[in-house]
Design a binder for this molecule. Structure first.
Ligand SMILES: Nc1nc2c(ncn2[C@@H]2O[C@H](COP(=O)(O)OP(=O)(O)OP(=O)(O)O)[C@@H](O)[C@H]2O)c(=O)[nH]1
Ligand SMILES: [Mg+2]
Length: 289
């Protein structure tokens, strides 16, 4: 008997959804940051093992939309709600259980639900058993699984539970498939992650990145990307004094892109101001949202 299905990960911003996807797949597919609203797209990661295939989807953290960009992000969540065979509802174990359950109730899921208590490395044994006990009172979950996505703890138990709930089906993808996203997409995401690392406060939230050129040359890959911001002042910050900041962004991005594509990279970055791109349908479409 072969099992296969779509297992989609939902939760509040910063719960550890992307960290969990990467830990399960064993590759860094989704970008991660200590800040909320890091993920903006639905990102698929395919796990193929003898006897089963799981197509996981990481999704943006659930928020009330303030911009059209947020609406697109919640559109990605909605599509994932609609095609899940199993839903992983994940929360930060230090966060309020009640608030999370209220949010999960509002999703009105009709598929089996696994309640995933993440970041248990931050809890004492006593705190964890108290939380587990309370969590098990929530009748909508088929199972409650405590994990630490960061420390890769509890993942075996989680996978066993997932597989037990999967429908019988043939694999959806060839066994060597890892994701449905393109290399260009991941390159833009890596640069976006580095912007989350290097720039404070609102800058990452006003920024997006698109790869405009991706050329495989004989000895290296030449990549050109545009960093889009909403204001001239933000452009000045990203460039930095005499271009110092954008050079640093270029260096740390290039290093990670080289690891990702396993090739030498020549990376060229340009900064462009596109006022209100986050509320403009044409720009959002052009930037892949
Ligand atoms: N201590 C601890 N930190 C974790 C764990 N899992 C994730 N984190 C941290 O939590 C922060 C958020 O992780 P992400 O994986 O980006 O969270 P997310 O749910 O994808 O966030 P959004 O994309 O913004 O919705 C990062 O700083 C992670 O390193 C964990 O098991 N333990
Ligand atoms: Mg994320």
């Amino acid at each position: 008997m072969h099992k296969a299905g779509f297992v989609n990960i939902f939760g509040k911003p910063n719960a550890g959804k992307s960290t969990l996807l990467n830990a399960i797949i064993g590759e860094k597919l989704a970008i991660i940051s200590p800040k909320v609203q890091t993920t903006r797209h639905r990102i698929t990661g395919v796990l193929t093992e003898p006897g089963y295939q799981v197509v996981f989807s990481d999704t943006p953290g659930i928020i009330d939309p303030k911009y059209k960009l947020h609406e697109k992000m919640m559109g990605a969540v909605k599509s994932a709600l609609e095609d899940a065979d199993v839903a992983l509802l994940i929360l930060d174990a230090k966060d309020s259980l009640e608030e999370n359950l209220e949010l999960f109730d509002s999703l009105k899921l009709k598929v089996p639900v696994i309640l995933v208590l993440n970041k248990i490395d931050k809890l004492s044994k006593e705190e964890l058993s108290a939380l587990e006990e309370k969590a098990k009172e929530w009748k909508k979950a088929t199972a409650v699984v405590p994990i630490s996505a960061m420390q890769k703890k509890g993942l075996k138990e989680l996978m066993t539970t997932i597989v037990s709930l999967l429908p019988e089906a043939n694999a959806f993808y060839p066994e060597d498939t890892l994701t449905d996203r393109s290399t260009r997409f991941f390159v833009a995401e890596i640069i976006r992650e580095k912007i989350f690392q290097l720039f404070k406060e609102e800058i990452p939230y006003h920024t997006t990145v698109i790869v405009t050129q991706f050329q495989e040359k004989e000895t290296l890959t030449k990549i050109t990307a545009e960093v889009i911001v909403t204001r001239e002042t933000q452009k000045a910050i990203i460039l930095g004094e005499k271009g110092k900041s954008i050079r640093e962004l270029g260096t740390i991005s290039r290093q990670e892109i080289e690891k990702f594509i396993e090739r030498k990279v020549f990376l060229e970055l340009f900064v462009k101001v596109r006022g209100k791109w986050r509320d403009n349908d044409t720009f959002l479409k052009e930037y892949g949202y």
